[in-house]
Design a protein around this ligand. Structure first.
Ligand code: ADP
Length: 255
């Protein structure tokens, strides 16, 4: 058993105003996005954002079980956010806790506005989110990956939803806080949005922000979202470029 515990940082910003992991105040963590990771799901995606590692699988729209949950006028979207026992420093109980149940709801509400649920009455869409490794900002990274998995499943959407948090450390507004900044900083503001429509679908706030800090954090989070959106778009484009090449290749073979 490891007896090494994370040391409590005395400062979150160095003398040059850089963060503990070497980032500028307005810099995202290095992010890797992938779609179509799982072969058996209708759609899937994987995200690494800093030390976060998250896998998402989407099923549906499909017949809903149990039937009594079916809605007569629209599809039921279910999001299931779960942290693996090994995803955090101390073993997490595998039983879903209150936080996981709450985050499942928060994520569902952030994604729902992008979907045409009224098109599939009585059906269900399930979004399984598995946190393999957590390091702060998992709800936002989950939303970013879940949208990509929904796109991979070919589910029509009004826009892709993307999410990113801003926060406050040592009275400075910073982008994309990690676990240490979340724990020892003074504010956390997760934001999800549909960038093309410029609509915010999630805004939470933990900590105390002055009106100016609030405005700055909101703008910074939206800038972060737009950068991640470009990454989502490039991953989607790449996938469809590959499919087109494959389909084109088949046509050639038929001739
Ligand atoms: P988010 O991951 O969206 O920021 P929280 O603010 O609730 O959500 O959690 C912040 C971070 O705290 C998580 O990303 C994770 O690194 C850590 N954390 C959450 N739950 C646990 C837990 N049960 N044990 C240890 N660390 C946890």
């Amino acid at each position: 058993m490891s007896l090494l515990k994370q040391s409590i940082p005395t400062k979150l910003l160095d003398d040059n105003g850089m963060r503990l992991d070497g980032r500028r105040l307005d810099e995202l963590r290095p992010t890797k996005l992938e779609m179509g990771t799982l072969k058996r799901a209708d759609g899937s995606a994987y995200i690494e954002q800093g030390k976060n590692k998250i896998l998402v699988a989407v099923y549906g729209p499909r017949e809903l079980h149990p039937h009594h949950l079916a809605l007569p006028d629209r599809c039921l979207l279910r999001c299931i956010y779960r942290m693996a026992s090994f995803s955090v420093e101390e073993r997490k109980s595998p039983a879903p806790g209150r936080r996981e149940i709450e985050l499942s709801k928060v994520i569902r509400e952030a994604i729902e506005p992008a979907l045409f649920l009224e098109e599939y009455p009585r059906a269900g869409i399930d979004v399984y989110i598995q946190i393999l490794q957590a390091d702060g900002g998992t709800r936002c990274a989950s939303i970013t990956a879940a949208s990509l998995a929904l796109a991979d499943a070919g589910i029509p959407m009004r826009d892709i939803v993307v999410a990113c948090a801003a926060g406050k450390v040592e009275d400075q507004v910073v982008l994309d806080i990690d676990d240490v900044e979340d724990k020892y900083g003074t504010g956390d503001m997760p934001v999800a949005m549909m960038p093309r429509k410029n609509e915010i679908t999630l805004l939470q706030l933990d900590g105390i922000f002055s009106p100016e800090e609030f405005q700055k954090a909101l703008e910074l989070a939206q800038q972060g979202c737009k950068q991640l959106y470009e990454l989502q778009r490039s991953v989607i484009k790449e996938k469809y470029k590959t499919i087109r090449e494959e389909v084109g290749g088949d046509e050639k073979k038929e001739k």
